[in-house]
Design a protein around this ligand. Structure first.
Ligand SMILES: CC(C)(COP(=O)(O)OP(=O)(O)OC[C@H]1O[C@@H](n2cnc3c(N)ncnc32)[C@H](O)[C@@H]1OP(=O)(O)O)[C@@H](O)C(=O)NCCC(=O)NCCS
Length: 114
């Protein structure tokens, strides 16, 4: 949970690939709409990314917003993620249609602390 002033305003989670040849972690996050654009999403991603690099020993992290999710892409760039490429028809929306996703990755050396 992401908590601000005793209010739950979102959630963040990670998954890990632990095969030694491909080890990395992926992040998912959402913030309630009323709190978008206040720096909270990038702060939460930065906090979890720091944990995954420093405590879990990951050298590479991924995150995969929709290609048209400009707010998310900008928030993740702030932390150090870079665009890798478009994953076509990656995610099925509530409209039942497959939408493209953007694969972003960050190596430990790209991490941007504040
Ligand atoms: C994506 C999400 C986690 C980002 O969190 P946030 O707290 O809103 O993001 P931040 O405030 O940290 O950063 C937002 C960035 O987008 C910019 N931004 C704000 N409103 C915007 C808009 N309407 N369009 C485009 N960019 C916008 C901000 O200026 C900031 O960029 P900057 O640092 O370069 O100025 C959050 O918006 C969210 O939960 N969205 C819905 C769920 C979702 O899309 N999850 C992502 C799944 S990968």
């Amino acid at each position: 949970m992401i908590v601000v002033d005793d209010e739950v305003i979102g959630a963040i989670q990670f998954d890990e690939e632990n095969d030694p040849m491909y080890r990395h972690a992926g992040i998912d996050v959402f913030i309630t709409a009323a709190r978008h654009g206040q720096g909270l999403g990038s702060d939460a991603v930065r906090t979890l990314a720091r944990f995954l690099i420093e405590e879990r020993g990951h050298h590479r992290l991924t995150i995969d917003p929709a290609v048209d999710n400009e707010r998310a892409i900008r928030a993740y760039r702030r932390v150090g993620f870079r665009e890798v490429g478009v994953m076509r028809e990656y995610e099925r929306g509530t409209d039942g249609i497959w939408h493209d996703g953007l694969l972003m990755e960050m190596l430990a050396g790209d991490f941007t602390d504040e």
